[in-house]
Design a protein around this ligand. Structure first.
Ligand SMILES: [Zn+2]
Length: 277
């Protein structure tokens, strides 16, 4: 008998952004897939403080952690893994695709790390752990399968997911968003099309629940149909409004009119300005 629970980091303040002002980094999630005695964690957040709170939260579950599965190579989904891995000697950080491993390694390179440290001064691990390839397409949790699958493009890097058939649960990483502006910075018509195809691929699995990598802490639920449909519409609306906008500001205003309640407006600023650079 499996169950799951979700940890939400909340929005993270970052230094004020020229041309925008007060800014936050999108709220992120980590999902604990629980058996009776053991568990698997999907994604591991960002800062050292988050990692420590995450480790305490896993400990409270009373389960022994077997692995931390990383959905994609973006820093904000695994830099917090250190304290969790440290608390469970038998656990390891894994990815199901070598491209995710390579991207994660790239994000811990000196030059890229300098960029992240400027965003989160004094709050990141000096040497974040990097994943290794899982070597298998499925994990076994007390006799129940957890499928690890490469899906395709999303917010800039290769996206993979964890699918738990027993729970009809997909941990979708950054393929699907829940009530938060989507990271379309430097996206192109082709990359947006690829992202829509990835949403279709997740829908094909017919999940009931989709835990999104970024989720507004006050989102009403994790209903698969709602969040997949919402994400699909957001990308289509961005495409449509981009085509009729003459400036980034106009694109921002048009998207805000459609999504007044979405969290992390800085993301929309980053997405919109990149289209007019
Ligand atoms: Zn992310």
């Amino acid at each position: 008998m499996l169950s799951f629970q979700v940890f939400n980091s909340g929005y993270r303040p970052i230094p004020s952004v020229p041309g925008w002002g007060e800014a936050t980094w999108p709220a992120g999630t980590a999902t604990l897939i629980r058996g009776e005695r053991e568990a698997i964690l999907v994604d591991a957040l960002l800062t050292v403080d988050e990692g420590e709170r995450l480790a305490a939260w896993v400990r409270e579950s009373g389960r022994d952690l077997r692995a931390v599965f990383l959905t994609h190579g973006h820093f904000d989904h695994f830099f917090g893994a250190g304290p969790v891995l440290g608390a469970y000697a038998g656990s390891r950080l894994i990815a199901c695709d070598q491209q995710v491993v390579d991207e994660a390694v790239r994000q811990t390179g000196a030059e890229v790390m300098a960029r992240w440290n400027a965003l989160f001064p004094g709050r990141l691990a000096a040497t974040p752990p990097v994943p290794s390839w899982s070597g298998a397409a499925n994990l076994d949790l007390e006799g129940n399968p957890v499928y690890l699958r490469t899906i395709g493009g999303a917010d800039g890097v290769l996206a993979t997911i964890a699918y738990v058939p027993d729970l009809r649960l997909v941990c979708a990483g950054d393929i699907v968003y829940n009530n938060i502006h989507m990271w379309l910075r430097n996206s192109t018509p082709e990359s947006r099309k690829a992202w829509l195809a990835s949403l279709d691929a997740v829908a094909t699995m017919k999940p009931v629940t989709v835990v999104t990598g970024h989720r507004d802490p006050d989102a009403p639920d994790d209903d698969a149909a709602r969040v997949i449909d919402q994400s699909r519409r957001y990308i289509e609306d961005f495409e449509r409004e981009l085509a009729v906008s003459g400036t980034a500001r106009e694109l921002i205003d048009r998207m805000l009119a459609r999504y007044p309640d979405h969290g992390n407006r800085y993301t929309l600023f980053a997405s919109a300005t990149s289209q007019f650079a």
